[in-house]
Write a protein that binds this ligand. Structure first.
Ligand code: NAD
Length: 353
């Protein structure tokens, strides 16, 4: 049994689906179901007895302690977070509550549980904290990519809150010996990505005939990884990562945002040509840049490749094609997210904690 937090969100849901497809081992999935948590992402495992969904908060120590006591997971994998940079600029408070205080409370509950374990169960136990490359700040054009030695220089309330959580996780290893490992991954894309983020937003707006808003000059560089490859890296780190270590995860796919938008438009032109003719690129609109927008992120993934033998399965070209195809095939999912109808699933599909 493993305990996953935030498993109804974009990456967590992909992780749970991939896990249950590949392993016999069950998953307890603790998620608060904020606007970003969507149980429809988990529809494929809704009737799978190996998936136990619990609606709750990582900051609810009593609940987390009860789940640890009852299910005795061999690992806790912490995806739960507020994750959207723009939202963190407008309303940073929830980012501090979940990403900092929530992670602290989760760590405390896990520490209390782990302290009571003995023998092989204690030796096998792991706390895997899922984090982001944004904690490292921004790179200039010629700087080398972020390695695990790069100093933390977070620039947004989101990245600062994730940086704080990473430091807490590190300190719990250093101070209490808690068996932790942290991963810092580059930008993910793929199925079930909430349509406020760049790639799904472009697909969804393009199909709806709406403007494709690109911040500033569109030359901000991000390093992109297909979500399934992020999930395979996390499984690898869980199996073989060294305790107390951090592993950067990335696919060596640095691209300016405008190139991403052009690629999405070209794929849509090919797969779903505009009924009236013309290309989707015509819908691109440059908008005022986000305050404090980081210029470039790039991940040096050599440590995980060398130590753990991990490599992504997708190139950017194969991953982005799969992603566009998924959104074209799952228009209903998009519509239900946009209308807010997906929230009804909370009351109808799963028991509350
Ligand atoms: P997401 O916003 O899609 O999902 C977050 C999930 O956490 C949601 O299901 C939400 O309901 C849940 N949640 C929020 N607060 C909670 C709380 N207090 N208790 C329990 N559940 C709570 O985010 P995502 O993109 O899937 O990211 C998952 C993790 O991966 C985050 O920690 C994020 O920092 C990290 N990460 C994301 C990316 C990316 O490109 N999306 C890249 C690197 C790392």
């Amino acid at each position: 049994m493993i305990l996953v937090t935030g498993g109804a969100g974009f990456i967590g849901a992909n992780f749970v689906l991939d896990w249950l497809a590949a392993h016999a081992e069950p998953v307890v999935n603790l998620d608060k179901l904020t606007y970003a948590g969507n149980l429809e992402n988990l529809a494929a495992v809704q009737r799978d007895s190996r998936h136990v969904f619990v609606h709750g908060d990582i900051g609810d120590s009593q609940l987390v302690e009860r789940l640890l006591r009852e299910h005795r997971p061999r690992a806790v994998i912490n995806f739960a977070a507020e994750s959207h940079v723009d939202r963190s600029i407008h309303a940073p408070g929830t980012f501090i509550e979940t990403n900092v205080v929530g992670t602290f409370r989760l760590l405390e509950a896990v520490r209390a549980h782990w302290s009571g374990l003995q023998g092989a169960e204690r030796d096998a136990f792991r706390f895997l904290h899922v984090s982001t490359d944004e904690v490292y700040g921004s790179l200039a054009a010629k700087d080398p990519a972020f390695s695990e030695q790069h100093r933390y220089e977070p620039n947004s309330p989101y990245s600062a809150s994730k940086a704080a959580s990473d430091h807490l996780v590190r300190a719990y290893h250093h101070t209490y010996g808690l068996p932790v490992v942290t991963t810092n991954c580059s930008n993910n894309y793929g199925p079930y990505h909430f349509p406020e983020k760049l790639i799904p937003l472009m697909i969804v707006n393009a199909l709806a005939g709406k403007p494709l808003p690109v911040y500033g000059d569109g030359q901000q560089i991000r390093d992109w990884l297909y979500v399934g490859d992020h999930c395979s890296a996390i499984r690898r780190v869980l199996d073989a990562g060294r305790l107390g270590e951090t592993y950067n995860i990335g696919g060596w796919n640095e691209k300016p945002n405008i190139e991403i938008v052009h690629t999405v438009c070209a794929l849509l032109d090919e797969l779903r040509p505009k009924p009236g003719g013309g290309g989707y690129r015509e819908q691109i609109t440059f908008v005022k840049d986000r305050p404090g927008h980081d210029r470039r992120y790039a991940i040096d993934a050599r440590k995980i490749e060398r130590e753990l033998g991990w490599k992504p399965a997708e190139t950017f070209e194969t991953g982005i094609r799969k992603t566009v195809q998924w959104y074209l095939a799952n228009g209903e999912w998009v519509q239900r997210v946009q209308s807010g109808a997906y929230r009804e699933w909370i009351s109808t599909q799963y028991a509350q904690a």
